[in-house]
Design a protein around this ligand. Sequence first.
Ligand code: SAH
Length: 259
Amino acid sequence: MPKRSLGQVFLVDKNIQRKIINFCGFVSEDYILEIGAGRGELSQLIAETGAKLFALEIDDVLFKELKYRLNLFKNVKLIKRDILKFNIRRYFNNITDKKIRVIGNIPYYITTSIILHLIKYRDKIQDIFLTVQKEFARRITSTAGSSSYGAISCYIQYYTEPQILFYIKNRSFWPNPQIDSCFLRFKFKENYPLSINEEKKLFKIIRTAFSQRRKALKNSLKKIVPSYKLEEFFRKTNISPQIRPEDLSLKDFISILKI
Ligand code: SAH
């Protein structure tokens, strides 16, 4: 029986599996990390493209099943590890100078943690393809003014361009989840406008602003942004001081920091 505690929801719809593989366009020169290989149906399709597949699975029982299913593929390496404890840079630097590509129909209970983990290794990753719940996809792709926009949208959009490729109905999975899913691609940005130190400050501002959504920014940010700077920001941008954090774009937050 699938273990709910490990987010085991298998993508069983063969057409969707094919569609995913077509969108990814893996070629034999690629190094692929698959997160949560499960019973290995998607893994097998990836292996058939000839790409070098490194498939991670944490569950003992499934790991044995994977070994059996993928035994004949010379281009597959199975790894029994927890993705959140897996040092992608260290592991793959020993294998290739190339950037790797990441794919996964990932366990929903750790979706955010997995994305944050992958962002940490952005210097070693070319792109990321993930199946996530629809609501979550909406949250991370939404921009200022939308009700699902929040600190996590800003964080992820600072580093990547998340793009919804297509929706997947709940009946394509087993066991049937209540919510539909969607297939996303994340491309890392070419360069980032801030230093690491500035980035830390930026995310602190964003987190603080969103943690007190109802407060005027002047009050919520009082302790971390000097008031003369905020006034300068409002004056220069012509933005009302009454604005709520969810109406400020990532660019606006960067301007507050930079002023
Ligand atoms: N890719 C398969 C399985 C998806 S279900 C498919 O599409 O059908 C998610 C899988 O992630 C499960 O097999 C689960 O055991 C595995 N998993 C859960 N937590 C994990 C973790 N921390 N690290 C690696 N794999 C994990």
